[in-house]
Design a protein around this ligand. Structure first.
Ligand code: COA
Length: 254
């Protein structure tokens, strides 16, 4: 079965991360499929709303670490950045249902969703520093904008996870429900949105995004210029090597 499932019905395109054996970690080829799915849904007249979801136990462990080592995103044309451009510029409403861990891009992609519903087991983390990297997906701009500088520093410098209730408090998610109900609840909300006039949804989303859109794109480019080279750097090599070897990283000389 495919690692990404795409289903269109009743105006809702549902994109399901479906790689449970690897905790829905995302590879370069999955990013390419995701970018293609978002672009196609944007152009498909049968799609009015996009909905991302995972499993009730896991949303995504973020970048697939082994794949990242083997296929590092060397340029801005890399599929991960193509996906981020696609989701951050999608004109139609984008929603997400998130349960369990949402790590790295599994959390930052939510900054580009308009409505996010979380299971009460959701745990969000952006541990880029712990991996010898820098934030991506314009999270270095959007996280402090959303939750204020000091909370953003806890999330982005300390790499500390935050749970569903804290995410609700800072406005990172819209509502917290039981994990067994999250995907169904998000679909119900998506169906409500799909019945509204699409021209008005698109125009409203454009207005909501207008003040930040250009800056978001600029910051994503600036982040990607650091992210690619740092992925080849000694701190990331140590962090990823430690993950693969199931040991603690040693950054004492880095
Ligand atoms: N890339 C590649 N493989 C991953 C992965 C990732 N990001 N996350 C998990 N996996 C693999 C594990 O290596 C493990 O493989 P194994 O069964 O061959 O040992 C399997 O998925 C299950 O993961 P495990 O860690 O045992 O699951 P868990 O439920 O205890 O923890 C997470 C889930 C998501 C909290 C934990 O896997 C994790 O922290 N993963 C790394 C997240 C990360 O740093 N991502 C990069 C962000 S840029």
């Amino acid at each position: 079965m495919s690692d990404i499932l795409i289903e269109n019905s009743e105006g809702v395109t549902t994109i399901t991360l479906n790689r449970l054996a690897r905790k829905n970690a995302i590879t370069a080829s999955m990013y390419a499929d995701l970018a293609q799915a978002v672009t196609a849904a944007g152009a498909d007249t049968a799609c009015r709303v996009l909905l991302f979801q995972g499993h009730e136990t896991i949303f995504s462990a973020g970048n697939d670490i082994e794949d990242f080592l083997n296929n590092p995103p060397a340029t801005e044309e890399a599929s991960v950045f193509a996906f981020l451009r696609a989701i951050s510029t999608c004109e139609k409403p984008v929603m997400a249902a998130v349960c369990g861990p949402a790590v790295g891009i599994g959390a930052t992609l939510l900054l580009h969703c308009d409505l996010v519903y979380a299971g009460d087991n959701a745990a969000f983390s952006m541990p880029f520093v712990n991996l010898g990297l820098v934030p991506e997906a314009a999270s270095s701009l959007l996280v402090p904008q959303l939750m204020g500088y000091h909370r953003a520093a806890e999330v982005l410098l300390m790499g500390e996870p935050f749970m569903a209730e804290a995410a609700l408090e800072v406005g990172f998610v819209n509502r917290v429900v039981a994990p067994t109900e999250t995907n169904a609840y998000a679909r119900t909300q998506a169906l409500k949105l799909a019945k509204k006039p699409l021209t008005s949804l698109i125009a409203t989303k454009r207005l909501l995004k207008a003040p930040t859109q250009a800056q978001v794109q600029q910051v994503m480019v600036a982040e990607s210029k650091l992210f690619g080279p740092m992925l080849q750097g000694p701190a990331a090599r140590e962090a990823f090597g430690a993950f693969v070897e199931k040991r603690r990283p040693d950054f004492s000389n880095l």
